[in-house]
Design a binder for this molecule. Sequence first.
Ligand SMILES: [Ca+2]
Length: 426
Amino acid sequence: MCLRSLIVLVLITAVCGGSLAPLYTAQEPIPNRYLLKVKNEYVFSDLVDDLLAENERNAQTAPGFGHIDILNEMDGTYLKILYVDLDYKSLDTVRKHPAVEFVEEEDGRPITSDDNADLDEFDLSGIDTAGKRDHSKRFTQEDFELNQGAFYGLDRINQRELEPDQNLTFAGNGFGVNIYLVSTGVLQTHEDFDCRVRMAYDVMSKTGEDCSGSGTNAAGIAAGKSVGVAKAAMVHSVRVHDCNNTESTNRHVSAIHWVANNLAKPCVVMLTISINSGGKTLQTAAESLVDAGCVVVVKAAPIRQTYGKKACDYSPGRSHRLITVGATYQNDGKTLWSGDGICVDIFAPGNNLMTTSPMDDGYYDKISSPNLSAAFVAGVAAIHLGNKVDAADVKHRILSDSTPCVVGNELLGAPNRLLYVDPGQS
Ligand SMILES: [Ca+2]
């Protein structure tokens, strides 16, 4: 083919918009619902105008056919997403638009961050209590003393050896650092938070109340004054799960969009969501928070579906730009229910730990959850940020500080690193 013909072909292709943006499918798609990732360099409103005009044309030429309804506009500096309802006639039109980077079907699966459900199949060894809440008890000082083992996480991460030394101190407290917890809400008034939890945003326009537990449990480990790591950090609760634990990708992306547009730095974002198959938009959204200057922490995989599963199969944890956390027992072994494989960045305690309960102000839960492992890392990230480590360097700092070669059990390619933070002066 001569050069001139080639140029003409390229021009025709460009003018006709011949290439289709990738379409990512969902396991259980909601009919007609799509998330459109808009290229960051494109003027968002221009795309909206084009789609509205196309919808108008279709309404006039073929009523009831080819509709495009815009349901949610997320136009941010680092993330531009449109949530739309459209029929198949308009799908290719949308995919051909030069502003559209990719299209993903909205997933209708019930997805949940509540990892504390009934999980009898994991309770195999007698030490694995995943999903068994020693539920919501008002612990007395005596209870705390009798349950020192439930604080093994705090004790373990500030020392290299397995044998606990009862020292739970850290070189820093995360003062001035903002932890955004995108989850089920947080019991703001709990005594262990010392007024450091703020109801930042509720995607469902409710009160931000935690009716599930994952959020309050994770907030305790990340920032509780007695059960947590960053004892002076602020927690901004962003609620995305309703009380039935139903949710949608759109809702999560909306929450992430809100965080990106409202964040105060320095910032750590912890997401308790983790979905298998698909999740391209969710992963892109989570990565946009790194672009915005935050450290982003997620669990390796959800507890219910994890047995035998790789972290790489889950979004957003498969992203190498986030910190993806696997879970260990008190003996440093990887838990049966932890995600593993090469997409894990680090391991942290996650089994049978004491943390704040959503039930009432003075109540505590003794639970197991991969969200708790991620919360330990979020707390340590907050300590580093509070100690003026640059956000862009925090992941490297956490990985290089980690204790190597102590995590037991088959890791299936995951790096053998256990979370470590300096104990400081005790
Ligand atoms: Ca210790």
